[in-house]
Design a protein. Structure first.
Lengths: 520, 328
């Protein structure tokens, strides 16, 4: 076996349940002293694959070799002992403890040293690779970038030679990203192997030596970064266009329904999540929103629904279909938006988190939308019950009974309940995010059919999706978000998959700067 | 002055009971387990020690003081730790709701204790006849030398049974354990963020079990002290101990989860609770108002904490939540 190979994965397959295959027969190598980028769309199985290296999941079949020896990694501890450390997107740090204490956590008795020794070791690691960590600082006082640095230092302190970083730049500013990349290059020079999971092409080109590409859980190939281009990588990432048999009815007399101008929002960390987005939505149209997850889709939908605070200068104007009156949505809360007569139905990404109450049955969940109706002090249970019956029959919801907690239904049925309820409210604007996530083909088509029916009724449908084939087949127009910016709006009838893929991963203005960072 | 000295003495005795309860509960809560069964656990500790020494004293003509103390301590600690074990099994292994389980444990503990307390009373010939004189005396031995000081210092600080000082030592040890030791650090991590602790290779389940059982054992010593020193070996089904248990839970919040604060905090609670005795011309109804003071102070502390927003003063982040590795 090649001495230069640090980790070798052979024929790895991992499935969740019976339907979802996250990784299918993936084989790849990681060499010593290289930075390997693992590239793929959302849901292509990048993180799952790496979680098997770091001991969070175990493969169903296939083998992993470290330094030529076959290994069985069953826990994060095993991975640490093999010198594999992973920096997750959600940092594994205890907020009220100091940097040193976090590093010391869970150390074996044999290796346990007092905090002063550990603090010194932290400083040594920092000096060696150019990190900047204050050992006495509490984690809750740290910025996201400092927390990430601490995670890397922690991993290095535990003797990791193979570092896996799961979308490390998602939470960083461009300056912080540059700093991180400089550190990664230092570590590479020291002989460490680094795997960076990402879907940002310019970063792949800037930092990596080789790129391995996954698509829908399958290994597509590995190329040398120096021989790759944005176009060639996009092609490998999105693959050939798949023809889907989704209906796309034509609707006459489209009217402007929503007018978004200069919408800027911050996420919960105070980082700009949506940057100066201007976009129109028309009735009788399905507007697709494409983008890597976390590009601002959530903020966009929530701003329209009145759940997200917008920065000054933002404007969302709703045009009333009956009177033609223009009404500003920003600054109003959810109930006010409702009272204005604006019927915005929102199918949130997290079905059980925001849309439905898991422990309540279908009828009660229907009532969540209608409890304010009527003048009696008693809630009207009749109408929600009828609606629940109607949704159950029309959408073929499989449930033991209307009172069965929706938590116990399968994902597809939960989704049907939610969509059915939203559509029953006869919205003028219907927003659906990842409406078919985790659903089988038949249920997905039912959802597409429902959305198309809404479109024909003159509803402005905004559909956030992750499958480009579906977006291209279902939508009329596709707005592509990249890093919180609107990177382009394309006509879904004529656009190619590559075109959309490139818009998703590659900000137009940054086309030049990305190549600057590439030192080869 | 005389009034203050006796108020202070009452406050210390009263405070010691809840100090044990609170220190034990702090250790439990630091593991992320909110055990609202403290009153029940204190009942278990009290009645078990009483049962143990009652049979020992009645079985021998010449009970040994040292053996009496040993039996009482062991019975109290083990029975309370068993209460903690029930709670641990239900909430950690079976992932039952912690609030409900804790409240149930309180009802269970007081029921068991009052049932056997009544039986003991009957065995000894009626309410008020129950006596365990040797043990009770043994627990009320004061520090030799220091207790005979006939000045204000002696009266204020050295007129108590030795468990009062044990409580302070336990609180200090708990503080050192939590803030200085490696196991204490790991325990805090478990209570703050069990997923992180798990990823760092800490056995979350083991830590939770041990902290909850040992914490309950310490809480139970409060019940022991109540029975042996405060009521001098008698048993009355009057529910006083339950009230004290809830005060201990309030004290945990008051201390912002720091055992060292429980030392003065418990005495302060005692002062506030008994101060009505020393206010002239107060009606019975107003007395009850005064007894509310410890709770009022706790609420004020809560408000101040939440206004200051200092992260160190917040409860452990995962308090009250059960941990399951696959819930990622």
């Amino acid at each position: 076996m090649d001495n230069n190979i640090a980790v070798s994965m052979k024929h790895i397959t991992k499935a969740f349940g019976t339907k979802v295959v996250a990784n299918k027969d993936v084989s790849m190598d990681i060499r010593k002293g290289e930075i390997l980028a693992l590239l793929g769309e959302n849901g292509s199985g990048k993180t799952t694959l790496m979680n098997m290296l770091s001991g969070i999941y175990h493969q169903d079949s296939g083998q992993i070799f470290v330094e030529g020896q076959e290994v069985h990694i069953t826990s994060p501890k095993d991975a640490y002992e093999l010198g594999i450390g992973m920096i997750h997107q959600h940092f594994k740090l205890v907020d009220v403890l100091t940097a040193t204490e976090n590093v010391a956590l869970g150390m074996d008795k044999k290796k346990a040293k007092n905090n002063r020794v550990i603090a010194k070791a932290i400083e040594e690691i920092c000096d060696k690779y150019g990190f900047d960590v204050d050992p006495k600082k509490k984690v809750y006082n740290m910025t996201v970038s400092q927390k990430q640095t601490l995670e890397i230092v922690k991993t290095l302190y535990r003797g990791a030679n193979i570092l896996i970083l799961d979308e490390p730049t998602a939470v960083l500013t461009p300056q912080e990203t540059d700093k991180l990349f400089a550190v990664l290059r230092n570590m590479k020079a020291d002989g460490k192997s680094i795997i960076i999971i990402t879907h940002k092409l310019h970063e792949v080109l800037a930092i990596s030596d080789r790129v391995s590409i996954l698509r829908k859980g399958e290994y597509i190939g590995t190329v040398k970064t120096s021989e790759a281009t944005v176009q060639s990588l996009t092609e490998m990432m999105v693959g050939q266009k798949v023809e889907l048999d989704i209906e796309r009815p034509e609707v006459e007399n489209k009217e402007l329904r929503l007018q978004i101008e200069h919408l800027t929002c911050l996420d919960k960390y105070g980082v700009t999540a949506l940057d100066d987005v201007s976009l129109d939505a028309f009735s009788g149209e399905i507007l697709g929103i494409a983008g890597i997850s976390g590009s601002g889709q959530k903020q966009l939908l929530e701003s329209i629904a009145g759940l997200q605070e917008a920065q000054p200068g933002s404007s969302i104007v709703y045009i009333n279909p009956e009177t033609g009156a223009k009404e500003q949505i920003i600054g109003k809360d959810v109930t006010q938006i409702k009272k204005m007569g604006v019927a915005l139905s929102f199918v949130p990404e997290d079905r059980l988190g925001m849309g439905l109450v898991g422990t309540m049955g279908m009828t009660d969940n229907m009532m969540l939308r209608s409890y304010k109706k009527g003048h009696s002090i008693f809630a009207d249970r009749k109408a929600p019950h009828d609606l629940a019956v109607k949704v159950k029959e029309e959408l073929e919801v499989v449930t033991p009974g209307l009172q069965t907690p929706v938590r116990r239904l399968s994902g597809g049925n939960v989704q049907k309940v939610l969509v059915g309820r939203e559509i029953a409210a006869q919205p003028t604007v219907l927003m659906a995010a990842y409406a078919v996530r985790g659903l089988d083909i038949n249920t997905s088509y039912t959802i597409y059919r429902l959305l198309n029916e809404e479109k024909k009724k003159g509803t402005a449908v905004i559909y956030v999706g992750e499958d480009l084939d579906v977006l291209l087949a279902l939508c009329d127009r596709i707005a592509v978000l990249c890093d919180g910016k609107l990177n382009g709006v394309v006509d879904a009838r004529t656009a190619t998959k590559e075109e959309v893929g490139e818009l998703m991963t590659h900000l137009k203005e940054e086309g030049v700067s990305a190549d600057d960072g590439n030192d080869k | 002055m005389v009034g203050f000295v006796s108020l202070f003495q009452q406050a210390v005795v009263f405070g010691t009971i809840i100090m044990f309860g609170a220190v034990g509960e702090i250790i439990t809560e630091k593991s992320g387990n909110l055990n609202l069964g403290v009153p029940g656990i204190m009942y278990l500790g009290g009645i078990s020690s009483l049962i143990g020494v009652f049979f020992y004293e009645n079985s021998t003509d010449n009970p040994n003081k040292f053996v009496c103390v040993l039996i009482a301590l062991l019975c109290a600690f083990l029975a309370s730790a068993f209460g903690g074990l029930i709670f641990s099994f239900l909430t950690i292994t079976l992932r039952a709701n912690q609030n409900v389980t804790g409240l149930t444990l309180t009802i269970f503990g007081s029921g068991v204790a009052n049932f056997f307390g009544g039986s003991l009373n009957q065995l000894s010939g009626g309410v008020g006849q129950l006596r365990v004189p040797v043990t009770s005396d043994a627990f009320r031995i004061q520090i030799p030398g220091l207790s005979s000081m006939n000045n204000i210092i002696g009266e204020l600080f050295f007129r108590y049974g030795w468990l009062v000082y044990v409580a302070i030592v336990v609180a200090i040890l708990a503080q050192v354990f939590l803030s200085k030791s490696r196991a204490g650090l790991n325990l805090r991590a478990v209570g703050e963020n069990p997923a992180t602790a798990d990823a760092a290779g800490i056995n979350v389940t083991l830590y939770k079990y041990l902290a909850t059982c040992i914490g309950a054992g310490i809480s139970g010593l409060g019940g022991l002290y109540y029975v042996m020193d405060f009521t001098q070996g008698k048993w009355a089904n009057d529910g006083t101990l339950e009230g004290l248990g809830w005060l201990a839970v309030a004290l945990v919040i008051f201390t912002t989860w720091r055992p060292k604060n429980a030392i003065w905090g418990s005495y302060l609670f005692g002062l506030l609770y008994w101060v009505y005795m020393y206010i002239v011309g107060i009606s019975r109804a107003s007395q009850e108002l005064f007894k509310m003071l410890p709770y009022v102070v706790t609420i004020i502390v809560l408000i101040i904490i939440s206004l200051r927003k200092k992260r160190e003063n917040q409860p452990p982040e995962a308090l009250g939540l059960s941990y399951f590795r696959e819930d990622r």
